[in-house]
Design a protein around this ligand. Structure first.
Ligand SMILES: [Zn+2]
Length: 148
């Protein structure tokens, strides 16, 4: 069984993306709590950065805290997953209203370019999403989110 650290993006005073009356921080928390339950049902250990609508540091600081915890080996995480439900929008010149940018719609999994296991996990998650009818952008993007 594996040890996961999950992170529901944003929280508290940081709502993340907002679209109409939907706040990203609420979606992130709802999905992460459901994901945590599913991982536990399958016998995995789960640590999480937040279980309620509380403020936690920005993504860079979260990564530093998780990495510091991870490097101390208490516990040593097999995977760290940060979930975001971002939105890309632009302001319409004609109406002045914000509109969703459909060109950047979709699902993507970001992983550390230094981690082969992270790449494989991200691809597996992206493939699972694709098989369940979710539009996947580029099959996953490569970037350094969390240093190993
Ligand atoms: Zn976000």
């Amino acid at each position: 069984m594996a040890i996961f650290c999950t992170d529901a993006g944003h929280g508290g005073t940081d709502s993340g993306a907002a679209w109409q009356n939907v706040l990203e921080k609420e979606l992130n928390l709802r999905y992460v709590l459901a994901f945590n339950d599913e991982l536990k049902k399958r016998g995995h250990q789960v640590w999480t950065t937040r279980k309620t609508d509380q403020h936690v540091p920005n993504l860079t600081t979260r990564c530093q805290l998780i990495n510091a915890h991870h490097s101390q080996g208490t516990p040593k995480f097999d995977a760290i997953i940060s979930l975001h439900c971002d939105v890309a929008a632009y302001r319409s010149a004609s109406s002045g209203r914000y509109m969703a940018n459909e060109a950047v719609r979709g699902f993507y999994a970001i992983y550390s370019r230094e981690s082969i296991q992270g790449r494989d996990l991200a691809k597996s998650i992206a493939n699972e999403a694709k098989e369940n009818g979710i539009a996947v952008k580029d099959g996953g993007k490569m970037t350094i989110l969390i240093q190993s």
